[in-house]
Design a protein around this ligand. Structure first.
Ligand SMILES: Nc1ncnc2c1ncn2[C@@H]1O[C@H](COP(=O)(O)OP(=O)(O)O)[C@@H](O)[C@H]1O
Ligand SMILES: [Mg+2]
Length: 251
């Protein structure tokens, strides 16, 4: 579904350049949940911006379903850490925003929006404003807004990192459910090793420094199996990811 071929990207800072990507290639199959994990500054967010069409590579190309990405794509949803909600709109209005921007008539989406608000557990707060919500609720509003657009690609940049541990686990389960139900192709950036193994069907461990390099690629076929978090396989995967991140086992 996604094909990144020999991509280059450099940020220009005054007279100097930061080469973040140098002939970087990556393929993602439909329905995969790819997790990117790696040290700060290694280029994870940049890769999402490239996939979302918000940044253009200076060399090489990115294709989705064979089509070159040249700008923001209708079917790509992008969720950021800071939720991106409008403070003057209530929950329901925030969820509808993407549909309204696309000039879809309200009668066409009203029911789907109500179902989504319900599924995300936001029914009781649907007339509340973002300032009246917890972090977990805000992130669920952002998720509801993205999903009502029926994306075929969901990009998420550390979406749960601002949440407390329990809320975070609840939302991880919700993300897993959505991915399983909708077979939604997902690229997720996280700093949490546990989260990577809980949510990724494939985990890419990125190396420190630039240009960005994949230091390890871990297939995680048991992802989504019930009770996976409590198994020894889960523990083995997290230990392996940790050892790669610590630079113990480059390979
Ligand atoms: N707009 C920018 N201008 C200059 N340098 C940038 C810009 N955005 C990011 N960088 C640099 O590019 C590198 C990769 O950044 P980023 O993709 O945000 O990393 P990550 O998300 O992995 O922390 C970092 O060294 C960062 O300082
Ligand atoms: Mg980042």
């Amino acid at each position: 579904m996604i094909e990144i071929s020999d991509c280059n990207l450099a940020y220009v800072q005054g007279a100097s350049q930061v080469q973040v990507y140098d002939d970087f290639s990556l393929k993602v199959e439909p329905g995969e949940s790819v997790v990117l994990i790696g040290p700060s500054g290694c280029g994870k967010s940049t890769l999402l911006y490239l996939l979302a069409g918000l940044l253009q590579p200076t060399g090489g190309e990115i294709r989705i379903w064979g089509e070159q990405v040249v700008g923001a794509r209708q079917k790509t949803a992008f969720i950021l850490q800071e939720y991106g909600l409008f403070p003057w709109l209530n929950v329901e209005q925030n969820v509808c925003l993407g549909l309204r921007v696309r000039h879809i008539p309200k009668r066409k989406y009203q029911r789907a929006v109500e179902e989504m608000i319900n599924k995300m557990g936001l029914w009781e707060v649907k007339h509340h404003f973002p300032s009246q919500l917890s972090g977990g609720q805000r992130q669920r509003v952002a998720l509801a807004r993205a999903l009502t657009l029926q994306p075929d690609l969901l990009l998420m940049d550390e979406p749960l990192s601002a949440l407390d541990a329990l809320t975070r686990e609840r939302l991880q389960k919700l993300l897993l459910e959505i991915w399983q139900e909708q077979k939604l192709t997902t690229v997720l950036v996280t700093h949490s090793i546990e989260e990577a193994v809980f949510l990724g069907s494939r985990i890419l461990v990125l190396a420190d420094g630039r240009p960005t390099q994949v230091m390890g690629e871990i297939l995680n076929p048991l992802v989504g199996q019930s009770g996976y978090r409590q198994t020894s396989e889960f523990f083995q995967k997290t230990s392996y990811v940790r050892s790669l991140l610590e630079g113990g086992m480059v390979g």
